[in-house]
Write a protein of this length. Structure first.
Length: 708
């Protein structure tokens, strides 16, 4: 307060009433005190937290204002201990303006998972259902999924028997020369008996014998009597080497590559109509740079061997099953195809949106695109990994534009599966993790999450995102923030409402070892975390005016309270008054019963409220005392008050002017003789609205030049 007011008050003229104080506030603040204004900027929240992480230990649960995985300076409002498999309920105080909070569970090594939780009717609920992996890294067992996702070579041989194929008639380059480079089936021979084409065996099925190389170009058709292509109407069983050169078209042909056999691509090869391939274990496909191999009609294909060449493999529309190794430049499967992988796939890219739109991806092991790729309907089986080093374009899993999502078909992610991409570009995409306690799946985004609207991405069940939720971008790559919102359904807030569970590999309790299917693993050593719960404890600031006729610079006494375990630390920060003032907690004087100027060590001065070049001001170190924390400590009802010669100054209640207020956070007070309405321009509008819907966080928007 000002010296002139202090002198007047010291004269003994303290016969003021609350009505006088309210009228003074209206003059000084230039506003009418709303009779419904209660000045309560905090809220009491009941939290219920369950932890089922699969680790036999106790956990520390902390509740934050920001995600502590990405904001090490986040503020926590509560810390509680909970045992594995337990559920606990506790109360905490938070800023009333916060409608979402972050709940973290830390194990003994301070490894953590985090959930973003909405506060609804004063309650929040968090359920940590994921767990650390006790499984070793392994190739996904196809037998685990027999009858569902896993198949065998027999399912793709379509009744062809390998012993029978070993008895097929052989052919050589000389046969091709003698017969005009044409292999015919029996139906062609029947129609052209004088054609002189090969007719050994059944005339439809041929063998490239071990040790034989076919290098000359040839043609073959798989027709029936009606000249229709049929599956396996022509079969070539390869034990040696079959070279397929430029502009090959194999109409209705099945190529089966046996153990030790090899296809050598050198150009563009189209397997049209019912044409398809089956690569058995030990068989291989190689090719010169730029080769392209296309299954044009969607016939089922199978690889249990090795396909490796710098070119394009397009199993267009095919049900393509891989339990071997694939390493190509481009791997496409458009036109409603499906790729099931129980082996290893490495490619640079695919056809992007076209693949992502209508191809089903089932991954039971390791799948890696080193560039950009489109990912369609996705199922990630246990211990599997999908990586896209560039931009991953995920297509729609639902078509509804409204809430709730209807007709949704999510991307399924089973226990210990990991999808890791650089930029994530989803459209109407849902990631659903396991629902079983003790299981998690992880989506890791190392770059941007790019969406056209908030509903482009949704997270369900125990799917955790390793992603900094500040990195929200539109489809054009423009970063979006809360400040960009033009309504409640903005991109930034909408995305953050749909992704609610967070993890980081550096601090993860989930440990997935490296392996054939898990790649480099996820936190494979099981380390991470640190030696303490991150962040800083909540600070509650109490600002007092010492006179009925206040000037509302709100710095006559400023106290800051922080909970520390079973204690409260109470810090006297400043005094902008010349009255002798004493601080009480209930009936007990604090700071050893000393007057505030004495406590700070500058009698007769304004302390820590102005420039010390003016001899009325002094700068001193704040002083902290420690007291026992009350059970169920609530800063809004904590009986912390100041005794002035004029009055006992308790927190302002409903209908009173703001002679003392509790402000959530480590608040910075105005300089001496600077009214709070000038230092914090939003304060007046907040004070005029008893609903607290206007400028509820006024204390976060100061004019910094007017603060001490």
């Amino acid at each position: 307060m000002s010296l002139s007011l202090s002198v007047a008050a010291c004269s003994g003229d303290s016969n003021y009433s609350q009505t006088d104080a309210n009228q003074n506030a209206e003059r000084v603040l230039g506003m009418h005190v709303n009779p419904g204004q209660n000045w309560n900027m905090t809220a009491r929240v009941t939290a219920t937290v369950s932890v089922n992480l699969g680790l036999d230990q106790k956990y520390t649960v902390a509740v934050y204002d920001q995600d502590p995985l990405f904001n090490p300076e986040a503020t926590f409002y509560a810390q509680e201990e909970i045992a594995e498999g337990g559920t606990m309920t506790f109360e905490l105080s938070v800023p009333a303006a916060l409608t979402t909070l972050y709940v973290a569970a830390y194990d003994s090594k301070y490894r953590s998972l985090v959930e973003r939780v909405a506060v609804t009717d004063g309650r929040l609920t968090a359920n940590f259902g994921g767990g650390a992996s006790a499984q070793s890294a392994r190739r996904a067992k196809e037998s685990d999924y027999e009858g569902s996702y896993a198949k065998s070579a027999g399912d793709y041989l379509n009744g062809l028997d390998e012993d029978d194929m070993k008895a097929y008639s052989t052919f050589t380059d000389d046969d091709l020369y003698d017969n005009h480079n044409t292999l015919s089936n029996k139906y062609w021979d029947a129609a052209h008996p004088s054609g002189g084409y090969i007719g050994d065996g059944d005339g439809a099925h041929f063998r490239v014998a071990a040790g034989t190389s076919i290098t000359k170009p040839f043609h073959i058709n798989g027709h029936n009597e009606s000249w229709q292509n049929v599956i396996d109407g022509a079969v070539i069983y390869v034990e040696g080497t079959l070279a397929l050169g430029t502009n090959y078209t194999l109409n209705g042909v099945t190529i089966v590559v046996a153990k030790g056999g090899s296809l050598a691509l050198n150009g563009t090869v189209n397997m049209s109509n019912t044409g398809r391939f089956v690569i058995l274990p030990g068989g291989s496909v190689t090719g010169t740079k730029g080769s392209a191999w296309t299954v044009a009609n969607g016939a089922d294909c199978y690889n249990a061997g090795s396909i490796s060449f710098a070119g394009t493999l397009n199993t267009n529309g095919s049900d393509f099953y891989n339990c071997g190794t694939i390493n190509v430049t481009t791997l496409n499967n458009t036109s409603g195809g499906k790729i099931t992988n129980f082996g290893s796939i490495t490619a640079v890219n695919n056809s992007g949106a076209a693949d992502a739109y209508n191809c089903e991806f089932i991954n039971g092991c390791y799948w890696h695109y080193t560039g950009d790729a489109g990912i369609g309907q996705l199922t990630m089986l246990e211990n599997s990994r999908l990586e896209v080093d560039g931009r991953a374009e995920f297509t729609q899993n639902h078509t509804s534009q409204d809430e709730p999502i209807s007709g949704a078909t999510p991307n399924i992610m089973m226990a210990n599966s990991v999808v890791k991409v650089h930029d994530c570009y989803p459209t109407n995409t849902i990631f659903q993790g396991p629902s079983t306690a003790g299981q998690v799946a992880i989506v890791a985004i190392t770059g941007k999450l790019m969406v056209g609207r908030a509903m482009d991405i949704t997270q369900w069940d125990n799917c955790y995102f390793d992603w900094n939720h500040e990195n929200v971008y539109d489809k054009d790559g423009n970063k979006k923030t809360l400040a960009d919102e033009d309504g409640v359904h903005g991109i930034y807030s909408g995305v953050n409402a749909r992704i609610t569970k967070y993890i980081t590999e550096a601090t993860s309790p989930v440990s997935i070892p490296a392996g054939d299917c898990t790649g480099s693993g996820y936190n494979p050593g099981g380390d991470g975390g640190g030696g303490e719960v991150p962040g800083k404890p909540a600070v509650w600031s109490y600002a007092f005016e010492d006179s009925w006729m206040a000037d509302y610079d709100m710095n006559d006494v400023v106290l800051k309270v922080t909970a520390s375990g079973s204690d409260l630390k109470i810090t006297l920060c400043c005094t902008g008054a010349t009255y002798p003032l004493y601080v009480y907690q209930g009936r007990n004087k604090l700071f050893g019963g000393k007057e505030v100027h004495t406590v700070l060590g500058a009698e007769g001065k304004f302390i820590n409220t102005g420039d010390t070049s003016n001899d009325k001001f002094a700068k001193r170190k704040a002083y902290t005392t420690t007291v026992r924390k009350p059970v169920n400590f609530d800063p809004a009802t904590y009986d912390l008050w100041v005794k002035s010669p004029e009055r006992d100054i308790h927190l302002a209640t409903q209908g009173e002017e703001p002679h003392a207020v509790l402000i959530p956070g480590d608040w910075k007070w105005p300089e001496e003789w600077t009214c709070i309405k000038d230092a914090y321009p939003d304060f007046v509008d907040f004070a005029a609205d008893a609903s607290h819907e206007t400028n509820a966080e006024w204390y976060n928007n100061p004019v910094k030049s007017l603060l001490y």
